[in-house]
Write a protein that binds this ligand. Sequence first.
Ligand code: SF4
Ligand code: SF4
Length: 195
Amino acid sequence: MAGQLGFHVQQDRCIGCFTCQIACKDKNDLEVGQLFRRVREIAGGGYTETGNNAFRADVYAYWISLSCNHCQDPPCVKNCPTGAMQKRPEDGIVFVDQNKCIGCRYCVWSCPYGAPQYNPQIGKVGKCDFCRDLLAKGEQPACVAACPMRVLDFGPLDELKKKYGGTNQIKGLPDPNTTKPSILITPHRDAALGK
Ligand code: SF4
Ligand code: SF4
């Protein structure tokens, strides 16, 4: 493989505007209920009474924008019985050939990130394919181009690592050892593990 492609997410800049999600939905002409990229708010914490009617606030909230992570060990590919879900050898993009998809949903159940989307109207699964048609024209994926905060970037994973560092696990995401996701996140201060 020439170089596994991946996404970098500068999470501490994300304002939850949903532009990436909408740009993806528009590019892929998705039906209501179908999302190849999702923006989620994660919030928690609370108030601790410290005495004398005083309270300490430990609340937090942050956004995360996620699509398929084009995993290096993808269970969706391994568990697809027809070979419809494939990993491209040259750059590691995981995509579904809908001509071969029989809609069994094994990939949906296999993915810990909820990336493959079953479309009941056509009885097949679709998912992020890294906008490979745009990449072939030398353009950026639609989500990367659309983000007004420059949260998203893409490229060979080793180059992203050198440029940004980052981590493939933050609070709330599955154990990356399961699928080896091709994602690097520069976490929001409250999303970093151990905080
Ligand atoms: S994120 Fe899910 S659909 Fe994407 S490659 Fe990994 S396991 Fe497959
Ligand atoms: S477009 Fe950028 S800032 Fe807006 S939700 Fe997506 S990642 Fe966050």
